[in-house]
Ligand binder design. Structure first.
Ligand SMILES: NC(=O)c1ccc[n+]([C@@H]2O[C@H](COP(=O)([O-])OP(=O)(O)OC[C@H]3O[C@@H](n4cnc5c(N)ncnc54)[C@H](OP(=O)(O)O)[C@@H]3O)[C@@H](O)[C@H]2O)c1
Length: 185
């Protein structure tokens, strides 16, 4: 298991993900996450290290509410990147940005004030990764296969992106997991 998350002004691409690599189901469905349990202290850890959040317009339109971030434990500046901020309904603590993705990161990191900027968007994470602006990827793998939806990294025809495993002796180690299907799942 990696060491505890730290607040270090990182750009952190952070998701709960299905075993087959989806972060949302079709039409942004999130009901697949129901019944997943997380290790004790996880929400507090991320609530304590997150300085600001950057999301995309589709995720915001699907769930236009910040009160549930980290189980309601986190309050702070939320930025939503969109090409059409003019038709977004204003919400407390939420700033709609229409700018280059690197500028959105600069604004988010500034607002994070030493905490991490959490990127809660697959599409923005992909853009940032391609521009070398992701510092770390943190994933919680839920015990479910979705088969359809929004992938963490949807990049058909693209080259593999090599990663280093953090918190272990061997950064190129594969991670072993074992599951079995739930009979009536
Ligand atoms: N599993 C988890 O832990 C977790 C956590 C949080 C969220 N989610 C879910 O993850 C999903 C993420 O969906 P997604 O990544 O496909 O969509 P998204 O990033 O939420 O939204 C994509 C939209 O954001 C806007 N956008 C993105 N990049 C932009 C740029 N450079 N400039 C201007 N606007 C830009 C565009 O909207 P416009 O052109 O329309 O403005 C684009 O169509 C959502 O369903 C969300 O609910 C999952």
């Amino acid at each position: 298991m990696p060491s505890a998350q730290t607040a270090a002004g990182k750009v952190l691409w952070h998701f709960t993900m299905s075993l087959d690599g989806f972060v949302a189901g079709p039409d942004h469905a999130m009901d697949w996450m129901a019944g997943t349990s997380f290790r004790p202290g996880l929400e507090e850890e991320y609530a304590g290290t997150t300085g600001a959040v950057l999301g995309g317009r589709d995720g915001w339109d699907a769930f236009p509410d910040t009160s549930g971030i980290y189980g309601g434990r986190w309050k702070g500046p939320v930025f939503v990147l969109t090409n059409h901020p003019e038709d977004a309904r204003p919400a407390d603590g939420v700033t709609f940005l229409c700018c280059d993705v690197a500028e959105a990161v600069r604004i988010g990191l500034d607002a994070a004030d030493g905490g991490n900027l959490e990127v809660l968007s697959a599409s923005i994470g992909r853009q940032l990764l391609q521009r070398g602006l992701i510092d770390e990827i943190a994933l919680h793998v839920a015990p479910v296969l979705l088969g359809d939806g929004i992938r963490l990294f949807d990049n058909p025809g693209g080259a593999p992106v090599r990663l280093e495993l953090l918190g272990g002796a061997d950064p190129s180690a594969a991670v072993d997991v074992r599951y079995r299907p739930v009979a009536d799942g």
